[in-house]
Design a protein around this ligand. Structure first.
Ligand code: PRT
Ligand code: ZN
Length: 320
């Protein structure tokens, strides 16, 4: 894809914090994140673990990156795909559900979307599920023919109904979807579910998942302008490093050469280990990045297999 042309600056009031750029050209990467909501704190925490820090504008809508050319725009999550689409922001952190809904909406109107998922980020997990009143004997989508489905995700719901060849009425609600069947507004719902407690409290049962969602890093379909692309690549490398070591530990130990195969069989979640021969002994000093929990029980099994001097260390940063 050809690089996108440089973007013009947004007319944002950030007294004393305006990004320095040639007139009409932006050279600082701009990332849209949710201002208030489930994804705002984890998104900031992720970017913070990538070593970025910001000064917030007095109106708390813009954060100026003070140690890298990466600024944040704090917005409603629903605005994020459109901001990327228009080039006003380069990247965004948003639920896959929002991205997929807006892509489906554009597809339904015969328009393409200039945004796509760049990375899954491993937080904000939920699913878009069809839920029916308790007591329904769910047989499959055909049962929805002529029924009313309440949802805040009309484009995804309509696309799913069309794929299933079902004719149903989609009742679009912006919130409190779960209550719609009890109010007589709809027969079933299609909504986000995480623990399932809200559905249960409204006597509804999930019967079918339309989408598995989590927070994602979204970016344009086309390539970024080269200066911005370089900063985006730096950020991606750091995000990949953070994701790779999340919940990981470095395991260090020594093992006789003859026992190494047996020891490694006990580390199926480890990356290929590094090993060094120990001087004067038929032993290897080894270290392996383990992605699962390294319990005492596991250490004892490793010891029985021949490992010794076992140490479990936290991993702070990783750059592949
Ligand atoms: O103000 P703004 O528009 O930015 O925020 P919002 O109110 O639209 O979004 P917000 O903050 O509620 O959610 C942001 C994103 O978090 C969503 O787009 C999802 O990607 C993700 N997420 C993860 C969830 C949930 N889990 C979730 N459980 N979003 C909403 N819910 C709601 C769901 O709609 C239902 O009402 O929680 C209820 C169900 O929860 P359980 O645990 O009872 O199943
Ligand atoms: Zn929203």
């Amino acid at each position: 894809m050809p690089p996108r042309s440089p973007h013009t600056l947004l007319p944002i009031e950030v007294t004393g914090m305006s990004p320095v750029a040639a007139p009409g050209v932006r050279d600082r990467l701009r990332i849209a994140i949710q201002k208030n909501g489930r994804l705002s704190e984890p998104a900031r925490a992720l970017l913070g673990s990538c070593g970025l820090s910001w000064r917030e504008s007095p109106d708390k809508l813009f954060c100026y990156g003070d140690n890298a050319p990466v600024d944040l725009l704090l917005v409603r999550d629903d605005d994020i795909p459109g901001l990327i689409d228009s080039g006003l922001c380069d990247l965004g952190i948003v639920g896959r559900n929002v991205l997929a809904e807006q892509a489906a909406e554009r597809a339904g109107e015969g328009r393409g979307a200039n945004f796509r998922e760049w990375r899954a980020l491993g937080f904000g997990g939920c699913r878009l599920s069809l839920a029916v009143p308790q007591g329904w004997d769910w047989q499959g989508p055909a049962q929805l023919d002529g029924r009313r489905i309440a949802t805040s995700y009309p484009a995804l719901t309509r696309a799913w109904l069309a794929a299933a060849g079902v004719q149903a009425d989609v009742v679009v609600l912006s919130g409190s979807v779960e209550i719609a069947p009890r109010l007589g507004q709809a027969d079933v719902v299609c909504d986000l579910v995480s623990s399932g407690a809200t559905l249960a409290a409204n006597q509804l049962v999930p019967v079918c998942d339309l989408l598995q969602s989590e927070a994602v890093l979204a970016g344009p379909v086309a390539d970024l302008d080269p200066t911005l692309a370089e900063t985006a690549q730096m950020l991606l490398r750091r995000i990949d490093g953070v994701m790779r070591i999340r919940d990981s530990k470095l395991l260090m130990f020594q093992a006789p050469r003859a026992a190494v195969a047996q020891v490694l069989r006990l580390l199926p979640d480890a990356e290929p280990p590094t090993s060094y021969p120990m001087e004067g002994e038929d032993m290897l000093a080894m270290q392996a990045l383990c992605h699962g929990v390294v319990t005492w029980q596991r250490l004892e099994e490793l010891k029985r297999a021949g490992a010794r001097g076992l140490m479990v260390l936290p991993v702070e940063r990783m750059l592949a």
